[in-house]
Structures are given as C-alpha cells and as structure tokens.
Design a protein around this ligand. Structure first.
Ligand code: NAD
Length: 492
C-alpha cells in the first residue's frame, strides 16, 4: 500500500525520490510505504489551500460546522477501524486507541458547536451614535505539524478549530504515523469537505516542515512535538514573522502526600506512567513522595507492576504495548543507564524485552527507580518511555518546589485528602494542567490543553482557547452620527 498526498481534493504522488516504510512497532511488519514530499509539493498544497480559503471564509460558520458534524459522524461510524489502524501503526493498546479516536470525535462535535458561537464582543462606544464590536476573523492558510504519539487526536485539536474558523490547512503528520492522516483524508473526502480546505503532505520535518514554515502564504504554524524541534520551528517561524503555536515536551510529576489514599495513588501512577508505554506528553515520569509513605508506596507500586501484561496492543488483555521504534528503545535504555550511574536505586524493570513474541517488536519493561535526586538528569529530562523516578520530600512546600524545578510545565498531580494542601497545590504548581487525586493524564477536549515554560509558548490547543490560535481579532467601529467624531478628542 502506498500513501499519496491529499492536495486540492485529489490524491497526488509526492515528487520526492525517497520512500519510507511504516512499520508496526509491535512486530516490525511493514504496513505501508510513503513517498516523501518536496518543497514543490508543499507549494502545490499551499496554492490549493489559498485558493480554497477565499471561498471557505465566506461560507457561514454554522455551515462550515455542518462539515464537522459529518466528519464526527463518519469517525464514529469507523471508530473501530480507525482504532485498529492506530494500534497497528503507533503501538498503543487498542483500548487507548479507541479512547484517542473518541477524543477526535468529541472534538468534531465540540468545534462544530463553535460554528454557532465563536463569540466576539459588543461594547459601548465612548462617542454618541457610534457602535463598537469585535469579531474573530479567519487568518488564511495554516500549517499543522504533529507528532506520532497521538496521531489522530492532536490533528483534530488543530484542524477542526482551524476550519470552523474559516481557515484552510496543510497538515504534515509525523513520518512514523502517516496512516492515520491518510484515514482522516478519506473521511474529509467522504464528508464532502470542499477541495483545498484540507491538505495533507507526507514527508520529513526538515524538508516539508521547513517548507511550510518558510512559505509566505502560510500564516500560522501550529506545532506539537519535542522541545528541541519546537525551538527550531519557533526560530524559523520568528524570522518569517509567523504566528507559531507550540506544544512541546513534559516531565510531569505525581505528588503523593502523607494523607493520600495510597491505593488510589498507585492506580493513578500506573495509568499515567505506563499507559501508552510512557509515550504521552503528559506521562508521569516523576513521583514526588512524602517520607512517611515512601516505603508503603514503593512496595505497592512494585507489587502492582508485576501484573502489567506487555505485548501487541491488538491483544485486548495487554496493558502495555511497544515503544515506537529502535531509536526510542535505545534512548529509554540509555536513561536507565544514566539513572544507575547517578546512584538511583532500581526497584523494578530496566530491561529491553526480547523473549518469545516480543522479539520482533520494541518493548521496554516498566521501570521504577527510587532515591532519585531531584536535580539529576533522570529527574529533569524527558525520557518518553515507561520509566518512573521516585523522589522523596518531607513537606508540601518541598514537593511543589521539586515539581516546579524542571524546565517543562505541562501536567502535575497531587494525591491528598487535605483540602488546604490541595488548594495551595493547585495554586502553586506551575504547570498548564493540574490534577487532584488523579494521575497526570486524562485531559478533556473542552478545556485548554498546553503547558508553561519549555512546554509551550503561551498558546493552547483544545477548548475555546484553540480559536485564539486560528483567528485574528478584528475591531469594528460603525459611526452613524453623520459627522466626523474623533475618539479621545471630541469628548464633550
Ligand atoms: P518531534 O519533535 O521529533 O516531531 C514532531 C513533528 O515535527 C513531526 O511531524 C516531525 O516530522 C516534525 N519536525 C521534525 N523536525 C522538523 C523541522 N526541522 N521543522 C519542522 N518540523 C519538524 O516529536 P515526536 O518524537 O514526533 O513526538 C514526541 C514529542 O512530542 C515529545 O517530546 C512529547 O512530549 C511531545 N508532545 C507534546 C504534546 C503537547 O501537547 N505538549 C503532545 C504530544 C507530544
């Protein structure tokens, strides 16, 4: 199976000479081939998106929303198929894949609702017989660059607000997960979305991503990926005066206080740390534990980790699937080595798994370190795999300080039954998302999603906040006095 670009409502073979193979991380089997696009392919897509945008911007927003309702309906109809493609391509277990597809469906219906809201403001003018209001205006052609770990949800967080607001888009999915983008293109086509509104160009970040950012007709870049790539995207976008929205890495922590429900904390940590094999931007990578419950938590976590089943995510009984590729496996194992060298104590895991059926895939054993120093590399850098570090603290203040010590600021969580501690924590934790008595994952689509410091640059995906990325505010003054009235001057 060869995947072609979707440009101007037609399937077009990319111009590049090179192909990449899409491999199932669970068993190494080839699923598809993708021909890599060139700068010229990006130009074609931008041309078609620019042409389409002129008409699309004039379609009333509730009518634009009708397409999203249809896209949501089709996603719902094909939910099981989409989930299975997702698991085969990316590796997350089928239950989580269904959850991710559901997130996309929710986003379709939610953003379709914005077609009848997208509120601006009407405000009193300081002058008589003058009317003032603000409206959200579409920006034009927007560029979407997405990672492999949520190959469909993140694309819907970006593309759905973009189109309901009257923009058209070029989407460059990660090279590891083009099949989900291909499936979405089929849905856009079936939903009857006008040609050129949605364009998908497959290819590398260096070639296709750069071409999108540098193209003068792409006005917004909405990027999700690593902090390293995000910095590069922002630098290039900055030189071209682009509006750049960045959602990047994380080093998220669960705080377990001495008054916590420990059983619940264990469940929350397991789900956040080892779900999606630790490859969520919101994955729990640190557990900040109060001295008085440290030993109990360690024992219970080790016990609970023993029963986590690892294997191909298509098997409904499996809880932890593979990591995306060999490079990721090497990186994770490298950090386990760093942890040992730094003097952290390995309580569980720490191995690449190669036995039996796992031999052909990329599997890492869920891993738990304790006695980790808050400022060590293990506790500060994003690993993006099933590795958790326990850090001991003796007070809430210290826990918050340790949580806030990393350069990232995506998600944090606190387990405590003391309302005073909980309220102080939600105020003082410096992340974009805070959970109380739940792990670090589980965002809902109608709230803003994003982080502070090295995780973001002030924008948000999801929720109404996403519209801020894909619209410009336009202030409109209508003077019906029949004479020249000068604001700030004609004040009597
Ligand atoms: P990545 O940075 O390697 O790639 C992300 C995307 O950027 C891909 O489509 C890639 O092809 C593209 N890209 C690479 N180089 C580029 C360049 N020079 N110019 C333009 N585009 C370029 O990230 P990844 O490995 O795909 O994803 C994992 C990372 O994403 C982790 O750091 C994770 O924390 C982060 N992430 C963040 C969020 C969030 O919302 N904050 C969500 C999911 C993932």
């Amino acid at each position: 199976m060869q995947l072609n670009n979707y440009i101007g409502g037609t399937w077009q073979e990319a111009g590049g000479a090179d192909y990449t193979a899409v491999l199932n991380p669970a068993n190494g089997k080839e699923l598809a081939q993708v021909r890599l696009s060139t700068k010229e392919d990006v130009s074609l897509a931008v041309k078609s998106a620019k042409e389409a945008q002129k008409k699309w911007a004039l379609v009333p927003a509730p009518k634009r929303a009708d397409f999203l309702y249809e896209i949501g309906r089709l996603m719902k109809e094909k939910k099981e198929h989409l989930s299975q493609v997702l698991t085969k391509e990316m590796g997350k277990v089928i239950e989580e894949a269904r959850g991710e597809v559901q997130e996309g469906i929710d986003m379709a219906f939610y953003m379709a609702g914005e077609g009848r809201r997208m509120f601006g403001e009407t405000v009193p003018s300081e002058l008589q017989d003058k009317f003032a209001m603000s409206v959200r205006a579409p920006i034009g052609v927007v560029g979407l660059i997405t990672p492999w770990n949520f190959p469909v949800a993140i694309a819907t967080w970006k593309s759905f607000p973009a189109i309901v607001a009257g923009n058209t888009f070029i989407w460059k999915p990660a090279t590891e997960t083009p099949m989900m983008a291909y499936e979405m293109a089929l849905i856009f086509e079936e939903a009857g979305l006008p040609a050129g509104v949605a364009n998908i160009v497959f290819g590398s970040g260096a070639e296709v991503g750069t071409a999108m950012i540098e193209h003068p007709d792409v006005r917004v870049i909405s990027f999700t990926g690593s902090t390293e790539t995000g910095r590069h995207v922002a630098e290039t976008g900055g030189r071209h005066l682009k509006k750049v929205s960045l959602e990047m890495g994380g080093k998220n922590a669960v705080i377990v206080m001495d008054d916590a429900d420990i059983e619940l904390a264990v469940e929350g940590i397991l789900w956040s740390a080892f779900g999606t094999a630790g490859q969520r931007c919101t994955a729990c990578s640190r557990v900040i534990v109060h001295t008085d419950v440290k030993e109990e938590l360690e024992q219970k976590l080790v016990e609970a980790m023993k029963v986590l089943s690892i294997g191909d995510g298509m098997d409904e009984s499996v809880k932890i699937g593979p990591v995306i590729n060999q490079k990721a496996l090497d990186k994770i194992h490298g950090y386990v080595g760093i942890g040992k060298d730094e003097g952290a104590k390995l309580l569980a895991g720490g191995h690449i798994l190669t036995d039996g059926k796992l031999a052909d895939g990329h599997y890492y054993e869920p891993t738990l370190f304790t006695d980790v120093k808050w400022d060590s590399r293990l506790a500060q850098e994003e690993i993006f795999g099933p590795v958790v570090s326990l850090i001991e603290v003796s007070s809430l203040d210290e826990a918050i300080e340790v949580n806030n010590s990393v350069k990232f600021g995506l998600s944090s969580s606190i387990f405590s039954r003391d309302v005073n501690k909980v309220f102080r924590a939600q105020r003082d934790l410096d992340t974009g998302i805070v959970y109380v008595n739940a792990g670090t994952t589980g965002a809902e689509i109608h709230l803003p999603f994003g982080g502070t410091k090295g995780t973001g640059n002030g924008h948000r995906d999801s929720g109404v906040a996403a519209l801020d990325v894909f619209t410009e505010w336009k202030s409109i003054y209508i003077d019906f006095s029949g004479k020249l009235q000068r604001a700030q001057i004609d004040t009597d």
